[in-house]
Design a protein around this ligand. Structure first.
Ligand SMILES: *Cc1c(COP(=O)(O)O)cnc(C)c1O
Length: 221
């Protein structure tokens, strides 16, 4: 079951701020996704390739599927025919693979570069140096079938709101800087994916343009 009342409230809040809502449906059944689809939601996020595959096959084809979890290069081929946006690009190799598979399907896949902003240790996401290295390399390759739309980040999992605020504002200023340095004449670089159930209001106040919300809409996992 999904919380349709909560959905409408969050949606209203986000529309006022021009923020896109990705409903994170991981571990939840297709019936729960269908419920939100029926009231107008079209962007859904999953963190596992196989789960997304199974759900996409059973649901309307105008859903925009967002892959938000870690993606292995050897699995890109499965989602390339239909995935709308990959939020978790963390290497040049992965970006090249997405480009290659998108080319085979004669489509362009929107991508976000995942940046590591949290203080806590994690193996996922690029640090600032790796981000710039990737962008410099990408500039010299003609990858016609991926479109780098922006950045994605996750704040530290903590009750310290000031720390979360600091991390989101830090990511927004990095986003602005990258836009100036690499995408000055490309207005498609417009997406800053940050904010989840517990911190989306802080993220929106810090300049998020896309939030990924799961448990508030679908209940805890
Ligand atoms: C699960 C997940 C979310 C949503 O988390 P909630 O706390 O349930 O809103 C957002 N982003 C990523 C990358 C996730 O894996």
């Amino acid at each position: 079951m999904s919380d349709v009342t909560q959905y409408h409230q969050i949606k209203h809040e986000l529309i006022t701020n021009n923020v896109v809502l990705v409903a994170v449906s991981k571990t939840k059944p297709v019936s729960a996704i269908q419920q939100l689809y029926d009231v107008g939601q079209r962007d859904f996020g999953e963190n596992k390739v196989q789960e997304m595959q199974e759900k996409a096959a059973q649901l309307p084809t105008d859903i925009r599927w967002h892959l938000i979890g870690h993606l292995q290069s050897n699995k890109v081929k499965y989602i390339a025919p239909y995935v709308y946006m990959v939020h978790s690009i963390d290497s040049l190799k992965l970006l090249q693979e997405v480009d290659k598979r998108a080319t085979q399907h004669n489509r362009t896949i929107d991508c976000l570069l995942q940046v590591h902003i949290a203080e806590e240790e994690t193996k996922f996401g690029l640090d600032r140096t790796e981000l710039r290295d990737l962008l410099e390399s990408a500039v010299y390759q003609s990858m016609a079938h991926v479109c780098i739309r922006g950045l994605m980040g996750m704040a530290t999992f903590t009750d310290d709101k000031e720390q979360v605020d600091r991390e989101f504002r830090g990511l927004n200023s990095l986003f602005q800087q990258i836009k100036t340095d690499y995408f000055a004449d490309d207005n498609r670089f417009d997406t800053l994916s940050m904010g989840m159930s517990g911190d989306y209001r802080i993220a929106v106040a810090a300049g998020s343009t896309m939030v990924r919300i799961g448990s508030l809409l679908f209940g805890s996992r």
